[in-house]
Design a protein around this ligand. Sequence first.
Ligand code: SF4
Ligand code: SF4
Length: 151
Amino acid sequence: MPFKLFMPAQLAAVTDKRIIMIEEDIFRCRECGFCCHGETTVSLDENDLERLVDYLKMPLAEVMKRYLRQSGRVVQMKTIDGHCIFYNEGCTIHPGKPWRCRQWPLHPSIMSDQANFETIKHSCPGISKKVSYENFRLKLSEVIAGEGDED
Ligand code: SF4
Ligand code: SF4
């Protein structure tokens, strides 16, 4: 069966409701925090910055100074003790977090690259160990295609 490839925006559009629909079969977040650890974080785009400023209710300059770091055009969150500055037994800015955090681990590369899928599956205990790559792609494709059916 041929699979459609999805753009990041399409995967980002997978709503919490749809995420719940796939939880039983292919993914359920274990809230282990592994994806919030490391010396780097996801990068933020302009919408992420706006959302963060709104959520923290601080001017952008203050948010940048306290929580973010910039290298050229890349803006990431600072890390402390090997984890994202916003991590404390879970994400402390859940409604304001970057879209890439929201999307994880359903990264677009997972749909087109089995090696990436295996890497992500290895690092994220939320992905079912029983699901095959083909079934994972099939179920995620169905979820994404169903987004247009939302009320
Ligand atoms: S690594 Fe996977 S299971 Fe753990 S918190 Fe991140 S998304 Fe959830
Ligand atoms: S913003 Fe939240 S979900 Fe994203 S890396 Fe930081 S603590 Fe984790």
